[in-house]
Design a protein around this ligand. Structure first.
Ligand code: NDP
Length: 326
């Protein structure tokens, strides 16, 4: 029986209600997908709690931004995929459900050798890691960069991918265990920023030079320090706010800290064009297949346990990736 976890209102994780749904029919250019795995992401929490507006602008709504599954039926004009194909995607909303309808041009085929859970967990976080290090600040061999929340979903992918590119990645994480995990996943040094001042530590590690870029998804609690960690002309990549929204950013801070560059990117702009989505997904699946990047699914829940899955992510109790199984 098809069902969805529907967020009735903005609020905490108790807003979800399990409801039976009719399996939708695909219109022109659309596909009906039976999910086999769904990724859980911090953006879903922002959309549920009101930090970002929900997709479509109002509640009730089906949240969830990435998944993998099997094509069940196709609408008129769909040529890229056929019933039975294994596919994955990341788009805003609509994933917390057993079956969904989706535009065919947002799907990528999952290559052989990559399982559905890996694909579901990799699309949003892995494509984010891809564009962050190839477009926002093009990290190159010999660079030293800083990544906050290094043991998180995006963090563990960044650490491994940066290492594969010959970049020295320093991380921060919120416990001894998380620091150890990040060190096993590409980071050369990891600072427990709940115990140590990460700015002092970065100065020591880089002998006062600072880092070429900071990839900062923590936001409010880290960003003033992040600017101080950068070398002259360094790049501040602010791509999230798990600790709260940055409200007092001043352009003058970029001058004061060494003629810095800053960007606040969103994945969905970087994959809006079909050819961009395909190129980035190709690169992502290549590093997974080459074993440069292992997608680490450290939490699995049934889809109907969505509340618990979001609670552990929100309360800093997860590492790596979290997936839901319908
Ligand atoms: P994570 O697995 O990284 O979880 C968030 C982590 O942030 C926590 O585990 C925790 O790690 C850290 N954190 C620090 N302070 C807090 C706090 N006060 N409350 C909660 N967590 C805190 O999540 P994701 O991999 O799903 O996403 C990582 C970030 O990347 C998010 O901010 C997300 O929005 C952003 N993102 C942005 C995209 C974009 O295109 N702009 C696309 C994809 C993700 P620790 O305990 O180690 O501090």
């Amino acid at each position: 029986m098809a069902y969805a976890m529907i967020a009735q209102n903005t609020g905490n994780s108790s807003v979800y209600k399990k409801e039976h749904i009719e399996v939708p029919k695909p219109k022109k250019g659309e596909v009906v997908l039976r999910h086999t795995a769904i990724g859980v992401n911090f953006i879903d929490i922002y959309q549920r709690s009101g930090v970002y507006p929900p997709p479509g602008g109002e509640f009730p709504v089906i949240l969830g931004c990435e998944g993998a599954g099997v094509v069940q039926s196709i609408g008129a004009g769909v040529t890229g995929v056929r019933p039975g194909d294994r596919v994955a995607y990341t788009i805003q909303g609509g994933a917390y459900t057993s079956h969904r309808v989706i535009a065919a041009d947002r799907l990528v085929k999952v290559p052989s050798g990559v399982d559905d859970e890996t694909a579901a967990a990799a699309m949003l976080k892995g494509l984010t890691a891809q564009y962050l290090i190839h477009d926002c600040y093009k990290a190159k061999a010999g660079d030293t960069v800083l990544v906050h929340a290094a043991a998180g979903g995006v963090g563990l992918i960044l650490g491994q991918w940066l290492k594969a590119k010959g970049v020295t990645a320093i991380g921060t994480a919120g416990s001894k265990e998380k620091c150890a995990l990040a060190r096993r996943n590409g980071f050369s040094k990891v600072i427990d920023y709940t115990k140590q001042d990460f700015v002092d530590e970065i100065r020591k590690i880089t002998k006062g030079q600072g880092v070429a870029a900071v990839y900062d998804s923590v936001g409010k609690s880290t960003y003033p320090g992040s600017l101080k960690c950068l070398s002259q002309f360094g790049t501040f990549v602010s791509f999230g706010q798990s600790s709260g929204i940055i409200e007092d950013f001043k352009l003058a801070d970029l001058a004061a800290n060494g003629s810095l560059f800053a960007t606040r990117p969103m994945l969905f702009h970087y994959i809006a064009e079909r050819k961009e989505l395909e190129k980035r997904a190709r690169q992502l699946f290549k590093v997974i297949k080459d074993k440069d990047v292992k997608i680490q699914i450290n939490q699995r829940f049934e889809l109907s346990n969505l509340k618990q899955a979001q609670d552990v992510l929100e309360s800093r109790k997860t590492t790596g990736q979290t997936v839901l199984i319908p």
